[in-house]
Design a protein around this ligand. Structure first.
Ligand code: F0G
Length: 488
């Protein structure tokens, strides 16, 4: 634990900028890389939806960083001393202590994952017509708020949706827009202001402490609560420490405590922040805690496990402590930056600056000949799987909804997200991704659009099925064989 607070960078004699793993691999899982013809079969079988691929058919699973992170040896060891009991488990006490030490929060409500926290928070604080301003929505967050009759108002800055930018804090809220929203709806109709760390859907982009401080002051002056989604707090901490003036020499724990001091309550998905499963709601406010407490036994499980196994609880306690280790929180952002910068240098459209969740290809310009109504982000996700065995996630119009007339609500941006599960991939695997994306870009005119064959009414991106428009997949496979011969 002694090197937790160091801010190190290793310089290479050659002058290369190479991210360096500050851990070694001690347990491995065998991967399959199927021949391209089999990958073509698999994507047809999955209805051109990468969520429906079988993991055994995937080489690099970059679908998400949720529940797919590598645990440390200390986390695995902690799992073997878990104290099995329904109530009063000593494993739970360890987790409460970790919440108190790491987050400086007195009260904790355990839940089985992040969206369960969103469920309980929305149920408690959102009533029909209430407004929830936020830097940007996340899919499950918005669905829970809207299910309770609430209204989501996104108040991102002009920088947020720019594909190319060097602004380090694209997750910031626009203060003018916030003031206008409060004036428009009336402070009494604002349920709370939600700040999402490492803003997921705009590319894992952080907000700055200065922005949070300002938003918090405005909220206080109107008596409005501030809620923070800390699911992606690790990387937001990394960016504040490395990019925001005045924080380079501050211990990570102090930065985190300062962040949470500007909030009234927070919640997290343990599938991301602590490299485990589970999640929780944290606060220092007893009233807020009491308002939500009794929903936990009803929806999640008793108050000392909340739907998590004691093994997960032990691993989470250790994982939260590891959040204070610079080597842990810097790993993903450094690897992501490596891929983003390499692709950007080649002129391949990618969101910049590199964020903390993954590399986001701008499918809208990558295959600008595919109209948005034919789902370019979904088509690119399928094409990349066929070309490489890499599974990414569509974050564009397929992840959106239809309006009252049944027309697609076109997404602000068409992105293919290549998530970086924490401590999972090696640099040579990332170089492979770079190589295949380059090939796909050079052959992008071959890629066509998609159309629905089975479209569920809610969260259609999870299990909906599509098919290619025309025979572009066959053309892509033929070109691959022409260029790569027998290669996998
Ligand atoms: N908040 C954020 C910012 C998230 O990214 C997620 C999940 C959740 C809440 C919900 O947490 O999955 O534990 O219920 N994001 C995953 C993803 C699903 O792939 O980005 P959960």
């Amino acid at each position: 634990m002694e090197n937790f607070e160091q801010l190190k960078t290793v310089k290479f004699y050659s002058g290369d900028v190479t991210p360096l793993e500050m851990h070694k691999v001690r347990v491995v899982q065998k991967l399959n890389l199927l021949p391209i013809e089999d990958r073509r079969e698999s994507i047809y079988g999955a209805g051109f939806n990468t969520f429906l691929l079988q993991n055994k058919d995937v080489y690099l699973d970059m679908l998400t960083d949720s529940g797919t992170n590598a645990m440390s040896d200390n986390q695995v060891a902690a799992m073997s001393v878990a104290d099995d009991s329904y109530a009063g488990s000593s494993s739970y006490t360890k987790l409460e202590n970790a919440i108190s030490y790491v987050f400086n929060q007195k009260y904790y409500l355990p839940v089985h994952q992040g969206r369960a926290a969103e469920h309980i928070i929305s149920k408690t604080f959102v009533t029909p017509g209430k407004v929830i301003p936020m830097n940007y929505h996340f899919t499950t967050t918005k669905a829970h708020i809207e299910m309770m009759g609430g209204i989501v108002e996104e108040i991102y800055t002009d920088e947020a949706l720019k594909i190319k930018s060097d602004f380090p804090f694209k997750g910031n809220m626009d203060i003018n827009k916030l003031n206008k929203i409060i004036a428009k709806w009336g402070a009494e109709n604002v349920a709370y202001i939600r700040f999402e760390a490492g803003t997921n859907l705009i590319g894992g982009q952080p907000f700055s402490m200065a922005n949070l401080r300002e938003v918090s002051a405005i909220a206080k002056s109107h008596n409005i609560l501030v809620l923070m989604d800390t699911s992606l707090i690790n990387e937001n901490l990394y960016f504040i420490k490395t990019k925001e003036e005045g924080y380079a020499n501050k211990p990570i724990r102090d930065i985190l405590h300062e962040m949470l001091s500007y909030t009234d309550f927070s919640y997290f998905s343990g599938r991301k922040v602590s490299c485990t499963r589970g999640g929780g709601i944290c606060t220092n406010n007893h009233d807020i805690y009491m308002k939500m407490r009794d929903w936990v036994p009803l929806y999640e499980g008793f108050l000392t496990y909340g739907g998590m196994s004691v093994r997960e609880i032990e691993a989470m306690a250790v994982g939260l402590h590891e959040t204070l280790d610079f080597d842990v929180i810097s790993h993903s952002p450094m690897f992501i930056k490596y891929l983003v910068d390499a692709l950007d240098k080649k002129g391949i459209p990618v969101i910049t600056p590199a964020g903390g969740l993954g590399c986001h290809l701008d499918a809208g310009s990558f295959i600008s000949h595919v109209p948005q109504g034919q789902y370019p982000a979904g088509a690119l996700a399928a094409a990349l799987y066929v070309a490489s065995g890499i599974r990414g996630m569509e974050r564009g119009t397929i992840s959106s909804v239809r309006d009252a007339n049944g027309d697609d609500v076109l997404a602000d941006v068409e992105l293919l997200r290549l998530a970086f599960p924490r401590r999972v991939f090696t640099l040579s695997q990332i170089k492979y991704a770079e190589d295949r994306i380059q090939w796909l870009y050079d052959n992008r005119e071959l890629i066509g659009g998609l159309e629905w064959i089975e479209e569920p009414p809610v969260l259609r991106f999870f299990v909906g099925k599509l098919k290619p428009i025309g025979d572009w997949v066959e053309k892509l496979v033929a070109k691959f064989r022409e260029d790569f011969g027998e290669s996998l």
